[in-house]
Design a protein around this ligand. Structure first.
Ligand SMILES: C[S@@+](CC[C@H](N)C(=O)[O-])C[C@H]1O[C@@H](n2cnc3c(N)ncnc32)[C@H](O)[C@@H]1O
Length: 268
């Protein structure tokens, strides 16, 4: 494990951070670190709304873990707002981008083996991570172990019709996109969040997404052969080019106690 800054982290770490354990299957985003923000970004007004809503949602807490911190787009704004944030990610290049953005207290490591002492953080932010981890429940358990009060995540309110069409077309060619664990969307159906608040709204331009889909920018597509992807995206372009989708984002907050009860039921 390597630590890029030790400011707030060292007092919370459990070991010397020279070696690190990781899950069996790892979906590292090193390959897309250069294009991550461009391909997953929200329009700037929506990003502002979202980070403001996140700050409000976390008010009352001080020490925050950003699990799957990526390029640090949330960690940076939380640190600027005065939170003590540590970020962890398995992708060195993503962490490098977070560092360039000015995020401090970054750890290279796996969410399934968090190198932190019990109850080190008041809250954990975990955005677009769990679906990448086959042992997603182990990651959730680890988050519960190191977090005192809350887990906060983000979901889209509407399913993008283009993704549904992409899925259907892939299936017609005998392929499926890749998802390992349950996403935060599915988690809300397994454990009720204690809060759900509107975070932001924006219009997504299909042409941009089509361009990224054609370059297989999304982890969901990484195992789809290039020629199949090309055929599918050509069909999508005929259907969706020039369209715009309205999207809304919700912040969900779970009480750690509820997640603990889900991960380790009393009668287990
Ligand atoms: C979709 S990105 C989300 C990044 C950030 N939360 C955001 O929303 O901008 C997922 C991130 O999780 C990281 N990741 C995947 N599996 C992980 C694991 N087991 N432990 C820690 N990070 C992981 C990836 O490398 C990637 O940077």
């Amino acid at each position: 494990m390597s630590v890029f800054s030790r400011k707030a982290i060292s007092k919370r770490c459990t070991h010397t951070l020279t070696t690190w354990q990781c899950s069996e299957v790892r979906v590292s985003f090193d390959r897309v670190a250069e294009i991550y923000d461009r391909t997953r970004g929200f329009p700037s007004h929506a990003m502002r709304q979202l980070t403001q809503a996140l700050t409000v949602e976390l008010s009352g807490y001080k020490a925050i873990l950003d699990a799957g911190v990526g390029t640090g787009r949330y960690a940076r704004s939380l640190q600027e707002s005065g939170f003590e944030v540590a970020g962890i990610d398995i992708a060195r290049a993503m962490i490098g981008k977070a560092e360039e953005r000015g995020v401090s207290d970054l750890v290279l490591g796996d969410a399934c083996f968090l190198p932190f002492k019990n109850n080190s953080f008041d809250a954990t932010v975990c955005i677009h991570l769990l679906h990448l981890i086959r042992e997603w429940k182990a990651a959730l358990q680890e988050i519960c172990r190191v977090t005192r009060s809350a887990l906060v995540s983000l979901i889209y309110v509407y399913k993008n019709p283009m993704w549904d069409a992409y899925d259907r077309l892939l299936k017609a060619y005998g392929y499926e996109g890749r998802r390992f664990g349950k996403g935060e969307w599915e988690l809300k159906n397994l454990v009720s969040p204690s809060r759900s608040v509107f975070a932001a709204a924006y219009d997504a331009v299909a042409d941009e997404r089509l361009e990224y889909l054609s370059r297989r920018a999304y982890s969901y597509q990484w195992e789809i052969p290039e020629d199949i992807n090309e055929k599918v995206v050509e069909k999508l372009k005929r259907q969706f080019a020039g369209t715009v989708f309205h999207q809304e984002l919700l912040l969900l907050t779970w009480d750690i106690e509820d997640l603990q009860a889900f991960c380790e039921p009393a009668d287990a």
